[in-house]
Design a protein around this ligand. Sequence first.
Ligand code: ZN
Ligand code: ZN
Length: 421
Amino acid sequence: MKCFITDIHVHSPYSRATSSNMRPDILSKYAKLKGINLLGTGDILHPEYRRELKKILKERGDGYFEVNEVLFILTTEISLVFLKEGKVRKIHIVLTFPDFITVEKLEKKLSLYGSLTSDGRPTLSLDTVRFIEIIREISKDIMIIPAHIWTPWFSLFGSNSGFDSLEEAFENYISEITALETGLSSDPEMNWMLSSLDKFSLVSNSDSHSPDRIGREANVFKGYLSYKELKEVLEKKDKEKFLFTIEFFPEEGKYHYDGHRNCGISLHPEESKKLNYICPKCGRLLTVGVLSRVYKLADREMGYKPSDYIPYKNLVPLKEIISQAIGKSENTKETEKIWEILIKKFENEINVLMDVSYEEISKTVDSRIALGIKNMREGKVKKIPGYDGVYGIIKVYEDIEVKIVERDEDNEEREPQMSLF
Ligand SMILES: [Zn+2]
Ligand SMILES: [Zn+2]
């Protein structure tokens, strides 16, 4: 095997607002088209979903399972909601498991703190410290990865319900954290502004709710790694084996800037700071985005590179590039057709986006599409940052108008519609 590409944070149809196609048999087909070798199952604590998975997944003995030559790792995301120091905290954490027995041991313990059947991503009233204690009482092999650590509503450093430091959140258990997930709205460079994160591997996953979106963020390793080896590489931040991450341009994420969706207000952190984070239109507090939050907690300037950093590449999904090139929306037949031609010829999407030459792409489809890919690779893009739940736009051509599209609800959840207490 060449590179080993992983995307371990996805959801099943048992999570809210998720496509009914998010099942390993269908996902394995998409994984091949995208170029992903290892996918998370998501939602593994849900008993009904687990029953289905046990029928489909073939255990390999290396900590992974197989469907149509694509590997799967047992994973879930958990939403912890708890009070600490007088504040309500809401934090999402991704877990991975080496086998079903470990999942079921944990299921027994966690079911005391909330329902594991009502949502594929269960909400537990349990604080971070006790949560880690419970996990480690069961197994040393479970990976613990705080999810999309900067999003405002449900994350470790989130402006609305998170913490200001790892110590505050995890106290004496920081060393039990396997890696940190940067999320769509931040990229490694932003995270490098905090020296306290230097010792962690920064991972990227799609947090996808539909098959089309898997692999939009991913991790690239030098070659195949077993479950045990993967955990070790992440814990050690092994630069020899963890080659780079695939990232959205963080501006494309839904919470990059500060703003108000309903007021149509989007502001750079410097501007919102001047306004004291008050919306100039409605007078209420702005939703403080990821960039603002990073600046607030950072102890370094933007642009700083830690000595042992893992590099990254910013990509734009291929259908977005095609859509901009031909002026048709992403889910039209026209876009789909060109996407298929490219995938058929060059094997998978990640290949097309990262490796296939401009000349080769030009020979296969309209050279304007090749130009878009070239612009993306060279970072020659125009960025309109996302804010308060609105996706940003990355324009790969100077000369086009792109309308903001409302996409399906997925990653980086919006604010809760109702109180969870
Ligand atoms: Zn989440
Ligand atoms: Zn407003």
